[in-house]
Design a protein around this ligand. Sequence first.
Ligand code: ZN
Length: 182
Amino acid sequence: MKALISIDYTNDFIATDGALTTGFAGQSIEEQMVKVTDTFIKQGDFVVFAIDAHQAGDQYHPENKLFPPHNIIGTKGQDLYGALKQLHTQYQMNPQIYWLNKRHYSAFCGTDLDLRLRERCITEIHLIGVCTDICILHTAIDAYNRSYKIVIHQHAVASFDPAGHKWALNHFQNALGATVIC
Ligand code: ZN
């Protein structure tokens, strides 16, 4: 069994005026994000929207030293971007769609993702979204450590950092044994 983990395709990470935007790089994968997500939904697979979620004024969060406030829970910034938002709205009541607020880079960190996957006997996870070299990378590493088979959709991941994006795609294959597909 397989699942799609759709990571951080929100207004703050994608929109031109987003608080921590990947800009054109993120916007350019919109069509692929929708296409891959739609395919998984129609196949009846488990689809997880693993979305960065911060509380306003959380003084203990380690990202405070690194980034401006972003993806504050319940704000437009934490909402999905563009056509992916429309797709999620259409299917959000479907029990195979799961919204997961995550507090750290990895979708596994401090969440029930592993439990949700294992109770469905899912052994293969497909990753799409942003950023290739931050949240996708950390999620892939945690998946590797939990013995999941990992598939990365090359044209549905993006980063603000082209060198980091390229490095991460190599790392997925060469260090995590992931399959990188178009
Ligand atoms: Zn964050």
